[in-house]
Unconditional design. Structure first.
Length: 274
């Protein structure tokens, strides 16, 4: 089974990373894919959005698995994974991961700890989505090293888009130094109010600025209180209100992500046959 690993990252908080990880994951599951979500943010937002009310009380989390990798201790593929109601799997996270990030500075091959975990479990999945912490420290770098590609959620605000240069610099450093096959699947605009001139003009400007170098998804995710309500209920937007505009947008995003993967596979076959 060929598994694609996608890191979802923007070092600015509040751009919809966890919401995108959850709803893209469920969207892929609805297309028949086996999906693992990895919550790699010590705040545990993704875990909470999947109904884990008190992630800090969990006995096993991503911090546990990364500790085992660091200490070279064996573990079963399924260890700590939560099988969620909507048919996707979750490796949850809690505040203990902050301690692991600090400890990583003393560890050999510190950038590759998460990749070791992902490489063990990826044979069981079609897609693994990593919800990153809003920073560019060792945890997101670990996710970039483990990933095949990155999706960058961004609000259509000038301050939100300015930080992209720093993220792209980190991406380039990881690609050049550790993970040469890493790609950017695209920039995804979230929380969009298409009625405002500002949102429309920022999106148009970004398409012009980045469109030649980096894909900007055709899909935009509209702003909606339904997303907040779904998160509070511990459900995806599909389970909460499958007919709303946000659900429709995430269906379109899912198709774009699957199309990107299909093109990559076709290119790989063509290169292999030459």
């Amino acid at each position: 089974m060929n598994c694609k690993v996608i890191a979802i990252e923007n070092q600015k908080g509040g751009t919809g990373k966890s919401t995108t990880a959850l709803n893209l994951g469920v969207g892929l599951k609805m297309k028949g894919k086996k999906v693992l979500l990895i919550d790699a943010d010590p705040q545990g937002s993704l875990s909470i959005s999947l109904g884990i009310k008190r992630p800090d009380e969990l006995d096993v989390s991503l911090a546990t698995l990364m500790s085992k990798v660091i200490d070279n201790k064996p573990f079963d593929d399924d260890y700590g994974i939560i099988h969620c109601n909507e048919g996707i799997d979750l490796m949850p996270c809690n505040v203990e991961l902050s301690g692991i990030e600090s400890y990583l500075f003393t560890v050999m091959s510190r950038e590759c700890i998460m990749r070791t975990y992902v490489n063990q479990v990826k044979k069981n999945y079609d897609y693994i989505l990593i919800d990153c912490t809003p920073s560019l420290g060792l945890l997101p770098i670990n996710a970039f090293v483990a990933a095949d590609s990155i999706i960058v959620p961004s609000q259509p605000r000038i301050l939100s888009t300015k930080g992209l240069d720093l993220l792209l610099r980190t991406y380039s450093q990881v690609k050049r130094g550790i993970n040469p096959d890493l790609k950017i699947d695209g920039i995804l605009f979230t929380m969009v109010d298409s009625r405002t001139v500002n949102d429309r003009s920022v999106i148009e400007s970004m398409r012009e600025s980045f469109g030649m170098k980096i894909n900007v998804f055709n899909t935009v995710i509209p702003a909606s209180v339904r997303v907040t309500e779904a998160n509070m209920e511990g459900k995806s937007i599909f389970a909460y209100d499958g007919k709303c505009k946000v659900a429709d947008a995430y269906k379109k995003l899912t198709k774009e992500v699957l199309d990107i993967a299909a093109r990559e596979k076709a290119r790989f076959r063509d290169d292999g046959s030459r």
